[in-house]
Design a protein around this ligand. Structure first.
Ligand SMILES: [Zn+2]
Length: 181
């Protein structure tokens, strides 16, 4: 039976062009299906690839076997801006060597078991697990603060009769607030 890796991976705009299993580790070489990207500065369509490097990116395991994706990281050139633009991929962050879904899985597991356990089971360094966890925590915090739909601004005096005011911004939907001094 033919295994459809593209379907199994379920990542946007990619196709698996090679499969290799070395010991218990699966390596999947990817190709990107989009031939152009949009310049984030001038919004022109870019089709001139300056260079392509392959990064080994850890993804979720398949049947208990660790999976590494060989991901093409492409750099385009924008003639208008005279800049080199690194392609952003929706399934991984720039300069990271794990997919976002892999990082989310590690983040969730750290909440329930010890870092040592995950480090041993996933074959990751202690610092790497900690780094992923802190990174995800920061991203989640950012998401929670992004684009509140309804906010309320309040200003009140710190001390009665004193000209020292504190401003608070409250996200009415999420009920969290921040203090702006
Ligand atoms: Zn441009």
């Amino acid at each position: 039976m033919w295994i459809n890796f593209d379907q199994l991976l379920d990542l946007p705009n990619v196709t698996v062009v090679n499969y290799q299993k070395i010991a218990q580790t699966i390596f999947l070489k990817l190709a990107l299906l989009n031939e152009t990207i949009e310049c984030p500065n001038c919004h022109q369509t870019l089709d001139r690839i300056n260079q392509t490097e392959y990064n080994l990116v850890r993804d979720l395991s398949i049947l208990g076997n660790p999976v590494y994706l060989e991901v093409p990281r492409r750099q385009f050139h924008c003639q208008k801006c005279q800049k080199y633009i690194s392609e952003r991929l929706s399934f991984m962050r720039l300069r990271q060597h794990h997919t976002i879904r892999y990082e989310s899985m590690i983040y969730e597991r750290v909440k329930n078991c010890s870092i040592e356990e995950i480090s041993r089971e996933e074959g990751l360094g202690w610092e790497e697990v900690e780094l992923i966890f802190n990174h995800c925590a920061k991203e989640l915090e950012k998401e929670e603060w992004e684009a509140p739909e309804r906010i309320s601004l309040d200003e009140f005096s710190n001390l009665k009769g004193h000209k020292d005011f504190i401003t608070t911004v409250v996200d009415l939907d999420k009920k969290n607030f921040t203090r702006c001094d």
